[in-house]
Design a protein around this ligand. Structure first.
Ligand SMILES: [Zn+2]
Length: 121
């Protein structure tokens, strides 16, 4: 009988050892999992900004732009398909972004830039 009990204990120890051996195999994924949260912490940095979006509008401060936005002097005018084309203008599609620009009818598109992406038309 003692031999059987010793045999069972040996088996139990072997099973425990096998579990201990399997644990280090599991730990690398755990450590990798711990590294991932570290990587996630960097993207979490903008989270306070998004949490600010949840704040009521009254607590936010609006910063006046130093310069008011002015389109380039030679920029085309925004044009949408539903808009009527004004007299003396024509539609020129930007080769870069595909936005439709209104430019003077008999002018060279190369002299104009896209109102949207500022590429030459
Ligand atoms: Zn464009």
């Amino acid at each position: 009988m003692i031999e059987i009990i010793v045999f069972i204990i040996i088996i139990a120890v072997v099973i425990k050892n096998s579990k201990k051996k399997s644990q280090p195999r599991q730990t690398p994924p755990f450590t990798a999992g711990q590294k991932k949260p570290l990587r996630r912490q960097k993207p979490e940095a903008p989270l306070p900004a998004s949490s600010k979006a949840d704040e009521p509008l009254e607590s936010r401060t609006f910063i006046e732009p130093a310069k008011p936005y002015r389109p380039a002097y030679n920029a085309g005018e925004r044009y949408e398909e539903w808009m009527p084309v004004p007299e003396g203008k024509r539609v020129c599609r930007c080769g870069y972004c595909g936005a439709d620009n209104l430019i003077p009818k008999h002018s060279d598109p190369k002299n104009f830039t896209c109102y949207f992406c500022r590429e030459e038309l």
